[in-house]
Design a protein around this ligand. Sequence first.
Ligand code: AHG
Ligand code: MN
Ligand code: MN
Ligand code: MN
Length: 334
Amino acid sequence: MQIGTTLSQFIIEETRLYPEASGDFAALLNDLMVACKFIGSQVYRGALVGALGSADTGNVQGEVQKKLDVIANNAILKSMDWTGHLAGMVSEEEDGPYEIPAGIPRGKYLLLFDPLDGSSNIDVGISVGTIFSILKAPTAGENAKLEDFLQPGAQQVCAGYALYGSSNMLVYSTGFGVNGFTLLPEVGEYVLTHPQMRIPEDTSEYAINMSNHRHWEAPVRRYIDELNAGKEGPRERDFNMRWVGSMVADVHRILCRGGIFLYPFDTKDPKKPGKLRLLYEANPMGFLIEQAGGAASTGRERILDIQPEGLHQRVPVILGAKNEVERVTQYHQS
Ligand code: AHG
Ligand code: MN
Ligand code: MN
Ligand code: MN
């Protein structure tokens, strides 16, 4: 049996596409990979290592943190802050930017991440993940300021996720398409298993939390109601529905077999125009979806064009099959 193309090999080979590459980016990704392997090891041991349940602490989102939220957050911060590749980090679980410890060189990249996505699924054994986004630091070599992180998603140099599902997978893009790797546990290497993942422009599968129906805006209600019309309704579009409750799992399914995912604007909480966070959920996932031939919109604008105003800013998210996202955005214009 051949081990195949490892992620380490793939990163090095892709680095050769950048003649001026110093190797810093390759090293950064490799360090991040170690953190994802560690987080996966804790997820798959779950109750055996006391990783389930609530940490009984709160975060800036107003959520009660799970133990694995905290474990994963610390794993990434401590796997990355010594490397000298970063000028700062932003995490769902940190109020403000995380400062690189004194004495460590400030690098030329910014790392933004959701250390554990799908926390509500941890204790019930459903797939969770880690989402990451990498930006260039405007002033390499210095501490990143908060505003340095407020770059539109189109500026990302890399985006990806680890999925702790039926296997530990790492899926990422640096702008040359989307490639997926599966962890070979006995060797400890991610191996290329899903080269150049693509999303069909059409689909017959949608993902949305239907319990929010009464809180949606009219265009989204129209789009979803057409898919659920009764016998008398137009059923020329006979869709199936899936909703995992972990964005990583729903997006991974769409990258594997197509679909459309919606976490739209809802009036449940007027302070929150949507549930998903722009910097470390919507932007990285939007980057991947576009790289795979799909589209990512708020319903009114391309997600990657949004000028962020806050580290934990929330936006409506409609992403996946290009023609379906286009249909929903048209409904917002009519
Ligand atoms: P997180 O666990 O990082 O806070 O994110 C959870 C998000 C996202 O993963 C998922 O799509 C969405 O919350 C599910 O929201 P509902 O529980 O409202 O369906
Ligand atoms: Mn999340
Ligand atoms: Mn999270
Ligand atoms: Mn959370």
